[in-house]
Design a protein around this ligand. Structure first.
Ligand code: NAP
Ligand code: G3P
Length: 504
């Protein structure tokens, strides 16, 4: 079915035979001269989905150079023309949601329903970015607010694109978190080089077909596939790259920031989002939120709920509610929409298992889970986790949820803020005044009150502090991050002055 579906939306240009995909340069699909490919296998059953080109640094130079060469003409397009192309692309994504969602599910083991909704979500993001781009405004300011200056000095400000934007996405949202960079970059007048994640590279490649059919001129958006470890530094350091929008691990993000040199960065990195649960919380609502937040896509979300800090009066009841909901989660095949599917790799499973083993060795209580078959790890709930355990601080990126019991809001704030991460936090309580006061103390980008941590909806500002990121993503915020002000100051002379009969 996947191959039939694929052939409905592909043409012979995007791939050679047997699902061997080319890379996208200047509007054409190219075979890499490296002669090397990267196999993409379904993490659920190791079925070979296809291969993508392991491009060389020479090809990396080509895609960046082409993007630079096409910048001037793309800037000349009107906002209306750019918005119309994004809208056309959005329509196509909706039409192709089923086949693209199916490929996405196969590539990264995401439940089929979630995979298809990722495509729809990206379609809506493109539409909303077109709207936001059309609302862009500048400003004009008189100089007369300062002594020595008058109304004859006027500054006029509008926004201009930064140039060539390198967009690098992660495996867990390979379509949405690539599209969330492409759309604002194009709307702001930039040209784009995309480096999709190696595991999850096929679905983003279809942005080439989609935008070409949407009317994007050749060379404005180019896609290069290849291992980040092989071509990543070259791409990041390239002198023709003017800005980098990256989503991925904190480790990679910090490395990228070290090698990028002096260019604007938008980094969305790891997280260790903590849920503070006060004694007066609605426990049914809280249990739903932390189980859904911790275990959707098997915990492979930066904004997954990764710590629960419950007060003593409700901890036992909450963990019982959470356990019962976890035991109802379906474990198995993403194609059958199992809630818990495979992690992205066996290596990742080993890492998560190491965190669980460490916690159990140091005295935590296993409530449920701690079972593995191939790349599937059963949802694991740990109680009585202490700050001596690795799971209290490290990002598992897997289906494990630690309860770290606390005795006061102040202690919860201290433990929450001690993390190297600062993406999102949560407070569950009926006392909104107290929630507001606690929220102000949390060193994170976003605090959810009585809700699970999450990035969406995509027009919300989304940012991480500390090791969780740099800059703010989210449609209009991304457009702003991918552009800069241009100021023209008019110094009017006496020549044009009009006579005014002012007595005072
Ligand atoms: P990752 O291993 O850091 O990879 C992210 C992207 O960076 C991939 O495209 C990767 O290419 C590329 N890359 C690797 N080395 C590079 C280098 N030296 N230079 C440039 N690019 C390089 O992250 P992941 O495993 O895909 O995603 C999981 C991590 O991302 C988790 O930590 C998660 O918290 C974080 N994440 C954060 C957000 C957020 O919005 N804050 C969202 C999603 C995920 P290859 O695939 O070829 O290695
Ligand atoms: O890890 C991906 C991050 O962007 C999460 O997105 O909408 O599932 O919170 P969301």
């Amino acid at each position: 079915m996947m191959i039939d579906e694929l052939e409905k939306i592909s043409d012979s240009s995007i791939m050679r035979d047997n699902l061997d995909f080319r890379f996208f340069l200047a509007g054409t699909w190219k075979n890499s001269s490296s002669g090397k490919t990267i196999e993409i296998k379904n993490p659920y059953n190791q079925e070979l989905i296809g291969t993508v080109s392991a491009c060389s640094t020479e090809e990396a130079d080509q895609v960046i150079t082409i993007a630079k060469e096409n910048l001037e003409c793309w800037i000349e397009k009107t906002q209306r023309e750019r918005a119309d192309i994004l809208r056309n692309a959005a329509k196509l994504m909706k039409e192709w949601a089923d086949p693209l969602g199916y490929i996405l599910m196969k590539e990264i083991g995401k439940p089929l329903k979630s995979a298809k909704s990722e495509i729809i979500r990206t379609s809506e993001l493109f539409e909303a970015t077109a709207e936001a781009g059309l609302q862009q405004e500048g400003e004009a300011i008189y100089g007369d607010t300062f002594k020595g200056f008058g109304k004859d000095k006027i500054s006029m400000t509008y926004r201009v694109p930064l140039g060539v934007i390198l967009c690098i996405g992660p495996f867990n949202y390979p379509f949405n978190l690539t599209g969330s960079k492409i759309a604002p970059a194009l709307m702001a007048g930039n040209t784009v080089v995309v480096k999709p994640p190696s595991q999850g590279a096929i679905t983003p490649l279809f942005f080439g077909l989609i935008l070409e059919k949407a009317g994007l001129p050749p060379g404005v958006m180019n896609i290069i596939t290849g291992r980040g470890s092989e071509i990543g530094d070259y791409l990041v350091q390239h002198p023709l790259v003017n800005m980098i929008s990256f989503t991925g691990s904190s480790e990679t993000g910090k490395h990228l920031a070290n090698v990028a040199g002096m260019k604007p960065l938008l980094l969305e990195l790891g997280g260790k989002d903590a849920a503070i649960v006060l004694d007066d919380a609605n426990l049914e609502l809280t249990a739903d939120a932390i189980v859904s937040g911790a275990f959707s896509y098997s915990g492979q979300r930066c904004t997954a709920v990764k710590r629960v800090l419950p007060m003593p009066g409700i901890a036992d009841q909450l963990i019982e509610l959470a356990k019962n909901k976890i035991l109802n989660l379906k474990v198995g095949n993403p194609e059958e929409n199992a809630n818990i599917g495979p992690l992205i790799s066996s290596h990742q499973c080993d890492y998560v298992q190491g965190l669980i083993d460490d916690a159990l060795e140091k005295g935590s209580t296993l409530i449920c889970g701690n079972k593995r078959e191939d790349n599937i790890m059963w949802p694991t709930l740990l109680d009585n986790v202490t700050t001596e355990m690795r799971i209290a601080w490290e990002e598992p990126f897997g289906p494990v949820l630690p309860f770290i019991r606390v005795h006061s809001a102040e202690e919860a704030i201290e433990i929450s803020n001690k993390s190297e991460y600062g993406l999102q936090g949560m407070i569950f309580t009926e006392n909104i005044d107290l929630a507001f006061n606690i929220a102000q103390e949390l060193e994170v980008g976003t605090v959810q009150v009585n809700g699970k941590s999450e990035r969406g909806p995509d027009h919300f500002p989304f940012l991480g502090t500390k090791s969780s990121g740099l800059g703010t993503q989210g449609i209009k915020y991304s457009i702003e991050a991918m552009s800069r002000p241009k100021v023209i100051v008019m110094n009017l002379s006496e020549r044009g002055k009009l006579v005014k009969n002012c007595k005072y």
